[in-house]
Design a protein around this ligand. Structure first.
Ligand code: NAG
Ligand code: NAG
Length: 261
């Protein structure tokens, strides 16, 4: 994506069609050196803008904004303060399940009174040092969520899942969703894209083996009924109130479910 942006900014510079360049060099085409300088300046401005926008905290946020698609894992990162408002003390032991889980777990660990773990649904070959360290300590695990999770019942107060379920067929979802609810004691939060949404490269991991299938609200509700999961209306309400207060609108569907007891 980065290179696509650079290319579009180079074309007008080379042809001298940009008003700016025309003004500075009315007769001659700009030298290649000037083009390169402008190119670098443009790139710096874009990068600076993105990092300013995201607070420079998570590179996953920057990546997602660059390619213009939606990643619900980036949404989790943005919505953590609201989840804290909705869940309060239930944020004490959080499991995040989804791609880029290392960045979410790192962010959660910075919250006061929150312990965090992560499940990365597919093998990572580009994990950074921090991520490898967390995997080494067992804080983050790679686990295929089509199969039972390697945790005891109610191991976590809250389980948050983003982007991971969109890749599973109903046959697997029938087992995976109750399995996610099994390891939670207070709640299960599921973030999923809206149908027709463009996925960001972060979310569209080819390793999932199939493209994301974004399901409608009614589809999800039917699945929750089939798997005997109920919405936690109190949590939903608290979350929506907190979101309204900050005028935050999520680009993902968010479901607040009660755990299976
Ligand atoms: C999922 O489980 C429900 C309830 O047991 C069943 O009715 C439905 O056919 C299952 N769906 C699939 C795709 O296995
Ligand atoms: C619903 O969520 C709230 C947090 O907003 C939590 O305190 C409560 O225990 C949950 N209720 C159930 C039945 O899981």
């Amino acid at each position: 994506m980065m290179s696509r942006r650079l290319n579009t900014s180079r074309r007008p510079a080379e042809s001298g069609a940009t008003p700016f360049i025309g003004a500075f060099h009315p007769k001659s085409r700009p030298s290649p050196m000037l083009s390169i300088l402008l190119l670098i300046l443009g790139a710096l401005l874009i990068v600076g803008y993105i990092f300013k926008g995201s607070g420079g905290r998570t590179d996953v946020a920057a990546l997602s904004r660059l390619d213009g698609g939606v990643s619900c894992t980036v949404e989790v990162s943005r919505l953590i303060p609201l989840l804290k408002k909705a869940y309060g003390d239930s944020m004490r032991k959080v499991l995040h399940v989804g791609p880029e889980t290392c960045s979410i777990v790192s962010q959660l660990l910075k919250e006061e009174g929150t312990e965090a773990w992560g499940v990365e649904p597919y093998e990572l070959d580009d994990a950074d040092g921090n991520c490898r360290n967390m995997m080494h300590k067992g804080i983050v695990r790679v686990a295929d969520i089509k199969f039972p999770l390697p945790y005891r019942p109610k191991s976590f107060s809250l389980v948050i899942v983003s982007d991971a379920l969109d890749y599973l067929s109903p046959k697997y979802l029938n087992k995976t969703i109750p399995e996610l609810a099994r390891v939670a004691s207070d709640g299960l939060v599921i973030l999923s894209g809206y149908p027709g949404q463009q996925r960001s490269k972060v979310a569209e991991v080819s390793k999932f083996g199939r493209p994301a299938k974004l399901r409608s609200l009614t589809w999800w509700i039917r699945l929750f009924i089939q798997t005997s999961l109920e919405e936690n209306e109190t949590a939903t309400k608290k979350f929506q109130q907190a979101a309204a207060k900050k005028s935050l609108e999520s680009s993902c569907q968010i479901f607040h479910l009660k755990p299976l007891h």
